[in-house]
Design a protein around this ligand. Sequence first.
Ligand code: A2P
Length: 284
Amino acid sequence: MMKSVTDAYTLSNGVKIPCIGFGTWQVENGQQAVSSVLSAIELGYRHIDTAQGYGNEESVGEAVKKSGVKREELFITSKLWNAEHGYERTLAAFEKTMRKLDMEYLDLFLIHWPNPIAFRDRWQETNAETWKAFEELYKAGRIRSIGLSNFRRHHIEALLKTAAVTPMVNQIRLCPGDTQDEVVDYSRSLNMLLEAYSPLGVGKIFGIPEMKELAAKYGKTIAQIAIRWSLQRGYLPLPKSTHTDRIKENMQVFDFELADADVELIADLKGAAGYSGDPDTVEF
Ligand code: A2P
Protein backbone atom coordinates (compact mmCIF):
# COMPACT_ATOMS: atom_id res chain seq x y z
CA MET A 1 0.00 0.00 0.00
CA MET A 2 1.07 3.57 -0.68
CA LYS A 3 2.80 5.45 2.14
CA SER A 4 2.87 9.00 0.85
CA VAL A 5 1.52 11.27 -1.86
CA THR A 6 4.70 10.75 -3.88
CA ASP A 7 4.56 6.94 -3.81
CA ALA A 8 3.72 5.86 -7.32
CA TYR A 9 1.68 3.46 -9.35
CA THR A 10 3.55 1.98 -12.31
CA LEU A 11 1.85 2.23 -15.68
CA SER A 12 1.93 -0.63 -18.19
CA ASN A 13 4.88 1.02 -19.98
CA GLY A 14 6.91 1.33 -16.75
CA VAL A 15 6.26 5.04 -16.18
CA LYS A 16 5.74 5.95 -12.50
CA ILE A 17 2.74 8.09 -11.59
CA PRO A 18 2.36 9.64 -8.09
CA CYS A 19 -0.62 8.01 -6.36
CA ILE A 20 -2.63 11.18 -5.67
CA GLY A 21 -2.96 13.93 -8.26
CA PHE A 22 -4.13 17.47 -7.70
CA GLY A 23 -7.33 18.05 -9.69
CA THR A 24 -7.89 21.41 -11.36
CA TRP A 25 -11.37 21.19 -12.91
CA GLN A 26 -13.28 24.38 -12.00
CA VAL A 27 -10.13 26.07 -10.77
CA GLU A 28 -10.15 29.45 -12.46
CA ASN A 29 -7.26 30.39 -14.74
CA GLY A 30 -5.21 33.22 -13.25
CA GLN A 31 -4.60 33.94 -9.62
CA GLN A 32 -6.84 31.14 -8.28
CA ALA A 33 -5.22 28.39 -10.34
CA VAL A 34 -1.69 29.69 -9.83
CA SER A 35 -2.05 29.91 -6.06
CA SER A 36 -3.91 26.55 -5.71
CA VAL A 37 -1.43 24.61 -7.82
CA LEU A 38 1.50 26.35 -6.13
CA SER A 39 0.07 25.45 -2.68
CA ALA A 40 -0.35 21.85 -3.78
CA ILE A 41 3.25 21.60 -4.97
CA GLU A 42 4.59 23.34 -1.86
CA LEU A 43 2.62 20.91 0.32
CA GLY A 44 4.14 17.94 -1.51
CA TYR A 45 1.89 17.00 -4.43
CA ARG A 46 3.96 16.05 -7.46
CA HIS A 47 1.13 15.23 -9.84
CA ILE A 48 -1.12 17.87 -11.40
CA ASP A 49 -4.12 17.07 -13.59
CA THR A 50 -5.28 19.76 -16.02
CA ALA A 51 -7.06 19.79 -19.39
CA GLN A 52 -7.48 22.01 -22.41
CA GLY A 53 -11.16 22.17 -21.49
CA TYR A 54 -10.42 23.57 -18.01
CA GLY A 55 -8.86 26.69 -19.52
CA ASN A 56 -6.13 26.84 -16.88
CA GLU A 57 -3.06 25.29 -18.50
CA GLU A 58 -1.16 28.63 -18.50
CA SER A 59 -1.65 28.95 -14.76
CA VAL A 60 -0.53 25.38 -14.15
CA GLY A 61 2.64 26.13 -16.10
CA GLU A 62 3.16 29.34 -14.19
CA ALA A 63 2.71 27.64 -10.81
CA VAL A 64 5.18 24.92 -11.77
CA LYS A 65 7.77 27.57 -12.63
CA LYS A 66 7.11 29.52 -9.44
CA SER A 67 7.45 26.36 -7.34
CA GLY A 68 11.07 25.91 -8.35
CA VAL A 69 10.54 22.13 -8.36
CA LYS A 70 12.35 20.46 -11.24
CA ARG A 71 10.18 19.48 -14.17
CA GLU A 72 11.30 15.85 -14.02
CA GLU A 73 10.09 15.60 -10.41
CA LEU A 74 6.56 16.48 -11.46
CA PHE A 75 3.93 14.48 -13.29
CA ILE A 76 1.78 16.68 -15.52
CA THR A 77 -1.39 15.49 -17.27
CA SER A 78 -3.50 17.32 -19.81
CA LYS A 79 -6.43 16.27 -22.00
CA LEU A 80 -7.44 16.87 -25.59
CA TRP A 81 -10.59 18.97 -25.86
CA ASN A 82 -13.63 17.71 -27.76
CA ALA A 83 -13.46 20.20 -30.65
CA GLU A 84 -9.89 19.09 -31.43
CA HIS A 85 -10.49 15.44 -32.32
CA GLY A 86 -8.97 14.15 -35.55
CA TYR A 87 -5.36 13.58 -36.63
CA GLU A 88 -4.28 17.10 -37.69
CA ARG A 89 -6.29 18.93 -35.06
CA THR A 90 -4.87 16.73 -32.30
CA LEU A 91 -1.29 17.48 -33.34
CA ALA A 92 -2.00 21.22 -33.46
CA ALA A 93 -3.92 21.22 -30.15
CA PHE A 94 -1.10 19.33 -28.47
CA GLU A 95 1.39 22.03 -29.52
CA LYS A 96 -0.95 24.67 -28.12
CA THR A 97 -1.03 22.84 -24.78
CA MET A 98 2.76 22.69 -24.70
CA ARG A 99 2.97 26.43 -25.42
CA LYS A 100 0.46 27.23 -22.69
CA LEU A 101 2.18 25.01 -20.14
CA ASP A 102 5.54 26.20 -21.49
CA MET A 103 6.99 22.72 -21.08
CA GLU A 104 9.16 20.46 -23.22
CA TYR A 105 7.14 17.30 -22.70
CA LEU A 106 3.94 16.02 -21.10
CA ASP A 107 3.76 13.03 -18.73
CA LEU A 108 0.26 11.98 -19.73
CA PHE A 109 -2.17 13.11 -22.41
CA LEU A 110 -5.75 11.83 -22.49
CA ILE A 111 -8.61 11.92 -24.96
CA HIS A 112 -11.01 13.79 -22.66
CA TRP A 113 -14.30 12.40 -24.02
CA PRO A 114 -15.00 9.50 -26.41
CA ASN A 115 -17.98 10.91 -28.25
CA PRO A 116 -18.11 14.71 -28.66
CA ILE A 117 -21.27 16.11 -30.19
CA ALA A 118 -19.33 17.48 -33.20
CA PHE A 119 -18.21 13.97 -34.25
CA ARG A 120 -21.16 11.92 -33.06
CA ASP A 121 -21.92 10.43 -36.46
CA ARG A 122 -18.34 9.12 -36.82
CA TRP A 123 -16.79 8.92 -33.36
CA GLN A 124 -15.14 5.55 -34.02
CA GLU A 125 -13.19 6.79 -37.08
CA THR A 126 -12.41 10.09 -35.39
CA ASN A 127 -11.05 8.41 -32.26
CA ALA A 128 -8.92 6.13 -34.43
CA GLU A 129 -7.36 9.17 -36.14
CA THR A 130 -6.92 11.02 -32.85
CA TRP A 131 -5.23 7.99 -31.32
CA LYS A 132 -2.84 7.73 -34.28
CA ALA A 133 -1.67 11.27 -33.46
CA PHE A 134 -1.34 10.33 -29.78
CA GLU A 135 0.78 7.31 -30.71
CA GLU A 136 3.08 9.41 -32.90
CA LEU A 137 3.59 11.98 -30.16
CA TYR A 138 4.23 9.16 -27.71
CA LYS A 139 6.75 7.42 -29.97
CA ALA A 140 8.49 10.74 -30.63
CA GLY A 141 8.97 11.19 -26.87
CA ARG A 142 6.78 14.27 -26.61
CA ILE A 143 4.43 12.47 -24.19
CA ARG A 144 5.57 9.81 -21.70
CA SER A 145 2.23 8.00 -21.54
CA ILE A 146 -1.12 8.21 -23.29
CA GLY A 147 -4.63 7.35 -22.27
CA LEU A 148 -8.36 7.95 -22.22
CA SER A 149 -10.98 9.65 -20.12
CA ASN A 150 -14.70 8.95 -19.83
CA PHE A 151 -14.36 5.93 -22.13
CA ARG A 152 -16.74 3.05 -21.52
CA ARG A 153 -16.16 -0.50 -22.62
CA HIS A 154 -17.61 -0.12 -26.13
CA HIS A 155 -15.49 2.99 -26.77
CA ILE A 156 -12.31 1.19 -25.75
CA GLU A 157 -13.20 -1.88 -27.81
CA ALA A 158 -13.72 0.31 -30.87
CA LEU A 159 -10.37 2.09 -30.31
CA LEU A 160 -8.48 -1.20 -29.95
CA LYS A 161 -9.53 -2.27 -33.46
CA THR A 162 -6.90 0.08 -34.89
CA ALA A 163 -4.69 1.04 -31.91
CA ALA A 164 -1.03 0.01 -32.02
CA VAL A 165 -0.43 1.20 -28.45
CA THR A 166 -2.89 0.14 -25.75
CA PRO A 167 -3.88 3.15 -23.61
CA MET A 168 -2.17 3.18 -20.21
CA VAL A 169 -4.87 5.06 -18.29
CA ASN A 170 -8.61 5.53 -18.17
CA GLN A 171 -9.72 8.52 -16.11
CA ILE A 172 -13.36 8.28 -15.09
CA ARG A 173 -15.72 9.40 -12.34
CA LEU A 174 -15.17 7.12 -9.36
CA CYS A 175 -16.40 8.05 -5.90
CA PRO A 176 -18.35 6.50 -3.01
CA GLY A 177 -21.34 4.72 -4.54
CA ASP A 178 -20.20 5.22 -8.16
CA THR A 179 -17.76 2.43 -8.96
CA GLN A 180 -18.49 1.87 -12.68
CA ASP A 181 -17.66 -1.83 -12.34
CA GLU A 182 -18.02 -2.82 -15.98
CA VAL A 183 -15.55 -0.31 -17.39
CA VAL A 184 -13.23 -0.68 -14.39
CA ASP A 185 -12.99 -4.45 -14.84
CA TYR A 186 -12.52 -4.12 -18.58
CA SER A 187 -9.87 -1.39 -18.25
CA ARG A 188 -7.99 -3.49 -15.70
CA SER A 189 -8.07 -6.52 -17.98
CA LEU A 190 -6.04 -4.34 -20.39
CA ASN A 191 -3.61 -3.22 -17.66
CA MET A 192 -4.95 0.31 -17.68
CA LEU A 193 -4.72 2.33 -14.46
CA LEU A 194 -8.02 3.83 -13.29
CA GLU A 195 -7.78 7.47 -12.35
CA ALA A 196 -10.65 8.70 -10.19
CA TYR A 197 -11.96 12.13 -11.04
CA SER A 198 -14.46 13.78 -8.67
CA PRO A 199 -13.27 11.49 -5.84
CA LEU A 200 -15.33 13.63 -3.46
CA GLY A 201 -18.34 13.46 -5.78
CA VAL A 202 -17.76 17.18 -6.46
CA GLY A 203 -18.72 17.81 -2.83
CA LYS A 204 -21.77 15.51 -2.81
CA ILE A 205 -20.24 12.99 -0.41
CA PHE A 206 -20.27 15.41 2.51
CA GLY A 207 -24.00 14.96 3.12
CA ILE A 208 -23.98 11.13 3.18
CA PRO A 209 -24.82 9.85 6.70
CA GLU A 210 -22.71 6.67 6.35
CA MET A 211 -19.69 8.79 5.39
CA LYS A 212 -20.21 10.93 8.50
CA GLU A 213 -20.32 7.80 10.65
CA LEU A 214 -17.14 6.43 9.11
CA ALA A 215 -15.36 9.75 9.59
CA ALA A 216 -16.27 9.61 13.29
CA LYS A 217 -15.26 5.94 13.54
CA TYR A 218 -11.75 6.55 12.12
CA GLY A 219 -11.27 10.05 13.52
CA LYS A 220 -10.72 11.42 9.99
CA THR A 221 -12.61 13.83 7.77
CA ILE A 222 -15.10 12.65 5.16
CA ALA A 223 -12.73 13.78 2.41
CA GLN A 224 -9.92 11.70 3.90
CA ILE A 225 -12.16 8.63 4.14
CA ALA A 226 -13.11 8.99 0.47
CA ILE A 227 -9.54 9.51 -0.75
CA ARG A 228 -8.23 6.64 1.35
CA TRP A 229 -11.04 4.45 -0.01
CA SER A 230 -10.07 5.41 -3.55
CA LEU A 231 -6.48 4.28 -2.93
CA GLN A 232 -7.55 1.04 -1.25
CA ARG A 233 -9.70 0.30 -4.31
CA GLY A 234 -6.55 0.72 -6.44
CA TYR A 235 -7.72 3.94 -8.09
CA LEU A 236 -5.63 7.08 -8.42
CA PRO A 237 -7.70 9.89 -6.87
CA LEU A 238 -7.57 13.45 -8.21
CA PRO A 239 -9.11 15.64 -5.48
CA LYS A 240 -9.64 19.32 -6.24
CA SER A 241 -9.67 22.21 -3.79
CA THR A 242 -8.87 25.89 -3.89
CA HIS A 243 -8.35 26.01 -0.10
CA THR A 244 -4.84 25.40 1.25
CA ASP A 245 -6.08 23.68 4.43
CA ARG A 246 -8.18 21.26 2.37
CA ILE A 247 -5.42 20.67 -0.18
CA LYS A 248 -3.29 19.61 2.78
CA GLU A 249 -6.04 17.56 4.43
CA ASN A 250 -6.62 15.65 1.19
CA MET A 251 -3.07 14.27 1.18
CA GLN A 252 -3.08 13.21 4.84
CA VAL A 253 -4.48 9.76 4.19
CA PHE A 254 -1.49 7.52 4.87
CA ASP A 255 -1.71 7.04 8.64
CA PHE A 256 -4.83 4.87 8.77
CA GLU A 257 -6.45 1.99 6.94
CA LEU A 258 -10.11 1.26 6.23
CA ALA A 259 -11.30 -2.24 7.15
CA ASP A 260 -12.29 -4.34 4.12
CA ALA A 261 -15.92 -4.28 5.23
CA ASP A 262 -15.89 -0.47 5.23
CA VAL A 263 -14.28 -0.36 1.77
CA GLU A 264 -17.21 -2.48 0.60
CA LEU A 265 -19.77 -0.43 2.48
CA ILE A 266 -18.55 2.75 0.74
CA ALA A 267 -18.60 1.08 -2.68
CA ASP A 268 -22.18 -0.02 -1.98
CA LEU A 269 -23.51 3.50 -1.25
CA LYS A 270 -25.13 3.21 -4.66
CA GLY A 271 -25.80 6.58 -6.24
CA ALA A 272 -25.51 8.45 -2.92
CA ALA A 273 -23.17 10.97 -4.60
CA GLY A 274 -24.85 10.61 -8.00
CA TYR A 275 -23.72 8.65 -11.01
CA SER A 276 -21.50 9.52 -13.94
CA GLY A 277 -23.41 10.76 -16.98
CA ASP A 278 -23.69 8.91 -20.28
CA PRO A 279 -20.69 9.93 -22.44
CA ASP A 280 -22.69 9.13 -25.59
CA THR A 281 -25.24 11.88 -24.92
CA VAL A 282 -23.11 14.79 -23.68
CA GLU A 283 -24.02 18.14 -25.26
CA PHE A 284 -20.42 19.21 -25.85
P1 A2P B 1 -13.19 23.91 -2.64
O1 A2P B 1 -12.42 23.89 -3.92
O2 A2P B 1 -13.92 25.18 -2.39
O3 A2P B 1 -12.34 23.48 -1.46
P2 A2P B 1 -14.00 16.68 -6.31
O4 A2P B 1 -12.54 16.57 -6.02
O5 A2P B 1 -14.77 15.43 -6.13
O6 A2P B 1 -14.29 17.35 -7.63
O7 A2P B 1 -14.64 17.65 -5.19
C1 A2P B 1 -14.30 18.99 -5.14
C2 A2P B 1 -15.27 19.73 -4.27
O8 A2P B 1 -15.09 19.38 -2.90
C3 A2P B 1 -15.04 21.20 -4.36
O9 A2P B 1 -16.30 21.82 -4.21
C4 A2P B 1 -14.15 21.50 -3.15
O10 A2P B 1 -14.37 22.82 -2.73
C5 A2P B 1 -14.63 20.50 -2.15
N1 A2P B 1 -13.55 20.00 -1.26
C6 A2P B 1 -12.32 19.58 -1.62
N2 A2P B 1 -11.64 19.12 -0.56
C7 A2P B 1 -12.45 19.26 0.51
C8 A2P B 1 -12.31 18.96 1.88
N3 A2P B 1 -11.19 18.41 2.35
N4 A2P B 1 -13.35 19.26 2.71
C9 A2P B 1 -14.48 19.81 2.22
N5 A2P B 1 -14.68 20.10 0.93
C10 A2P B 1 -13.67 19.83 0.07
